[in-house]
Design a protein around this ligand. Structure first.
Ligand SMILES: *Cc1c(COP(=O)(O)O)cnc(C)c1O
Length: 359
């Protein structure tokens, strides 16, 4: 550490992303919830040499074409859509700009919420999940902090029904609720449907998971026009050119290709259910996931299982907190990826002296 960092930021514990291998080793990457499928062919065609030549120009600060494509797909007006450099950037704006009374979120949820609280000096109120890892909406009643709800949640994959999200919003119309829907496309219910009746709602989504654009860094927020305008004011006060030209094009065309999106999503859901069944047959406890990953607890400790998979060229994610340390989080890849995971798991269980389960 240098002597130049602000005293107030010296205790900052940065977010630790999953390993991004350099590519000299052939690894099966099931650790950061990316899509195993390439972006839509429409995206690939849009990223032409001619467009690359336009990189000398700044991108459209209003992100109009992409915002219109998103608005059409989500069923809102373009003025209700704000684009971010990944949804992480929009979440950062929300912590920075909408958390005067602090931020409330679950003990087991997206790890960035804690980091943003430290970064922006927001008081964090951690609300434990139930024993079964579900969210107890009543625990937020009477709390004045801005609520951050990942739905489906990460890393559990559990999803809260729309009726419960609505109840959370209705507890206090003067308290903002940010619903982080990074995984909603894999089987959750979007809170966007509640926007007409809830002005205290900010929905944040991403192109990183279900639209195969993690490397492009594009996310979007959907809210009332007034809230979207506030978010845009924050964006224009930080970086009006926060999305580069190529990523804007990629986002626009990824949204337009509805058929390709649906095919990829359906394949992920099918592979998820197949993998869940395979793991359960081998004695794993697997939480019911509405995301593109599974949270699974096996006969081995989480870290042991992660290490044994790593030795076989398969990357998964492990979180060391007491309530999560018995589990690993496995992103859903292609069927071939998942078959390799199950084969490796059989080997690992055999070597550890565990039988394959009763089936
Ligand atoms: C992946 C993820 C994000 C961040 O996505 P980007 O758009 O890539 O920044 C946000 N929230 C949750 C819960 C995530 O898992």
């Amino acid at each position: 550490m240098s002597r130049f960092l602000n005293r107030s930021l010296k205790a900052l514990t940065p977010y630790v992303p999953g390993e991004q291998p350099r590519g000299e080793e052939r690894l099966i990457k099931l650790n950061t919830n990316e899509s195993p499928f390439p972006p839509s062919p429409l995206v690939l065609d849009a990223l032409s040499r001619a467009e690359a030549e336009k990189l000398r120009l700044y991108p459209d600060p209003t992100c109009r074409a992409a915002a219109e494509a998103i608005a059409r797909e989500v069923g809102v007006s373009p003025a209700q859509v704000v684009l971010g450099n990944g949804s992480d950037e929009l979440l950062a704006f929300a912590f920075h700009g909408f958390c005067e009374n602090g931020a409330a979120f679950a003990d087991i949820t997206y790890g960035f919420y804690r980091v943003f609280c430290e970064m922006f000096h927001v008081k964090a109120c951690v609300v434990p999940l139930r024993e079964d890892y579900s969210v107890r909406v009543e625990d937020y009643a009477g709390r004045r902090e801005t609520v951050f709800l990942a739905n489906p949640n990460a890393p559990t994959g559990l999803s809260l029904p729309l009726s419960a999200v609505r109840a959370l919003l209705m507890q206090d119309k003067n308290r903002l609720v940010v619903v982080d829907e990074a995984y909603v496309d894999f089987g959750g219910e979007s809170a966007v449907a509640l926007l007409p009746e809830c002005e205290n709602l900010l929905v944040v989504r991403t192109f990183s998971k279900s639209r195969s654009l993690a490397g492009a860094r594009v996310g979007f927020a959907v809210a009332s026009e007034a809230l979207a305008a506030d978010l845009n004011a924050l964006r224009f006060s930080f970086n009006p050119y926060n999305i580069n030209r190529l990523s804007l094009l990629a986002a626009e065309y990824a949204m337009r290709d509805r058929a390709y999106f649906a095919r990829c999503r359906d394949a992920i859901i099918e592979n998820r259910e197949w993998t869940r069944q395979q793991l359960q047959e081998r004695g794993f406890t697997v939480l019911e996931s509405k995301a593109n990953f599974l949270f699974a607890k096996g006969p081995l400790g989480g870290q042991e299982y992660l290490t044994a998979l790593r030795a076989r060229g398969i990357l998964v994610r492990w979180f060391s907190a007491p309530r999560t340390r018995d589990f690993v989080r496995v992103s859903i890849g292609t069927r071939t990826d998942m078959e390799a995971l199950i084969r490796a798991t059989d080997e690992i269980l055999r070597e550890a002296g565990h039988e394959k389960g009763n089936n």
